[in-house]
Design a binder for this molecule. Sequence first.
Ligand code: SF4
Length: 262
Amino acid sequence: MLYEETRCDRCISRSALGDYSINPYIGCQHQCAYCYVPKITKNPEWKSKVKVKVNLHVTLAKELTNPRIKKGSSFFLSSLTDPYQPIESKYGLTSDALQQLLANGMKVVIQTKSPLVLKDLNLLKYNAKNVQVGFTVLGLDGNVKDALEPNAPSVNSRIKAMAYLADRGIYVFAFLGPVIPAWTDIDLEYLLAELRDIGVKELSVDKLRFRPGLRKELTEIMGNFFHGDLEYESQLAYAKVVKKVREFSGEHGILFTNPFSY
Ligand code: SF4
């Protein structure tokens, strides 16, 4: 996948996932088949190129001087890309943004599929009261993972990274979204037990949304795993997963959230 350096005039956006969000990269190397971002951003290059906001440090520093951005605001990293996709190893934009936000007294919620977040372990540990780290984990079957999230790290490696962070006092949550039929609803009990045992504090569930064009792509891929109407099956799977995760969370004192339940 190509990458290109670009510059941004602004980098902080209002977000329903916190007060604000920051996306250091445009595009995502993980290339998940269910990703709706290329559809909503109408970016034809999404699947072929990652744009790197090389002046993010300066832009963010300037924006953080805006008095309307109050100390203690929450920032979501990231809403339209994975902040710890592989190219972060080269540019470190996410680490830099994290450092700046925490130094300015902000709260940060990270969501990723990558153990690369561990490179910021010290920063996360020393600011544990102001950070939460979430990992997307949709199911244990590695074959489905490879089909749907071809370039993302294995689910096992994510679970290990979550355990590592939780052991060091960092608030860790798991995001089970979007629920994929014949994946998230299979082996769910084992996945939930693993997440409980490693000390996950929150379980969050989201449904699959059929943005235009997504149904055909996904139906083709999922045809290797089940036969049936994908939309109908995904509704059934979502209802089953929400019920199970809600009950499980209640039984084990874990916070259950369903942030996009509209
Ligand atoms: S990791 Fe997230 S942003 Fe990246 S392709 Fe997958 S769903 Fe899209």
